[in-house]
Design a protein around this ligand. Sequence first.
Ligand code: NAP
Length: 456
Amino acid sequence: MALVSINPATGKEIQSYPQHSSIEVKYILDQSVVAQQQWKNTSLELRNSCLEQLAGILRDRAKEYSILMAEEMGKPVSQGLGEVEKCASLCEYYKEEAFGFLADKSVEIAGQKSIISIQPMGLILGVMPWNFPFWQVFRFAIPTITAGNGAILKHASNVQGCAFAIEKSFKDSGFPENIFRNIVVPGREMEEVIKHPAIAAITLTGSTPAGKSIAMTAGSVLKKTVLELGGSDPYIILEDANVDLAVDACISGRILNTGQSCIAAKRLIVTENLYDTFLSKLEDKLSDKIMGDPKDDVDIGPMVSIEARDEVHDQVCRSIEAGAKLKLGGIIPKEVGAFYPITLLSEVEPGMTAFDEEIFGPVFTVIKARDEANAIELGNQTEFGLGSAVFTSDLEKGESIAKTQLNVGACFVNDFVKSDPRLPFGGIKESGYGRELSIYGIMEFVNVKTIVVKNA
Ligand code: NAP
């Protein structure tokens, strides 16, 4: 069997990648175990020099990589360039911070020397999605490898070109040959790999059902998991908000990656007094947005596949049948490719698909709230708990709502949600558990070891 990359803008096959057999996967894991045993004893100076070279290689190849992303999953090239730059800055962040994060820490206890030592766990398996095909992989692999682990990538079936390009970027940056390896295996056949004794722990970024499946398999052999899953982020626009700022942030937060982001602005909840103004400004600004070939200067490209587009369209149709009003888009274009227009739904309420489900595409969902309390209640009315935003000119109030009232992993006041190497990233509830990035990310896959030394 082979995994096939198809260009979603043209429907044409790009390349097919033969699946690794069970024996080939075991051979790769054996080689990676040997590489990790040596890597864990290397100095941080050496690891940092590899990180620095990798950042340089990413920047040199940014154009090539962004075209690859455009071809394999439809991301506009301008956004792909930003994604590769972010990966480079992630390498630099951990290069700067690794010494502090991984250094031994002493604890003063009378009569003994007490040390907390951070040790790697072994090989970490990353099961990754196609939507940010570089960033998601680097976000797991860089802290993991910097801490002395090896990384095994199982990338989404449709972006194997990106997966192999990333593998090569590590090799070309001075990292040992087998410290980062890609395996070509479809998701439904991952059970044996997860259970393989060479794999110490697993991190998955993807859908909630995939997360549950992996967690069950990993749990059966007592392996740790970190799960970054779906989201239906509420953006709450309160009556004292700067409406123009809120509209712009909601647009940026929703159309990035053609709406296919876990932390997209998925439910825009607007208090009654601002609702009409917000809606008409949003509709105006969205009308100017350009959809087209991701290699051109466009706001949105095609969606990842015809199947994904049809699923989004079905969610839109079900919402309209349940009473949502269609203000823009909502019609599948006649052109070839997995294109879906920017779509705006208003009068959305709980019980409608657009409120209850995650819509993974360029669909704006506007919901009316009676007041602040009702807006917060609606915001929390979801099985997910990933990101969120609050728009208000009262910054103290915004911070307080963010801290204590929204049940999420992140809340941005007067901005759209974005990941940043310096800040922890992750969710609660059906959005998963564990954190990536910052010190919290690097600490997920280490053995925090206690060492006590007493005089003999
Ligand atoms: P998906 O189907 O869950 O795929 C993600 C990865 O999991 C792919 O590599 C896939 O492999 C693999 N996979 C699927 N089922 C599996 C199973 N039972 N066992 C092992 N591996 C399995 O996700 P998607 O639909 O492509 O991506 C969109 C979802 O990811 C959305 O819900 C989005 O919100 C979420 N997401 C979350 C974050 C976050 O940080 N929280 C970031 C991005 C995306 P195959 O491709 O071979 O099936």
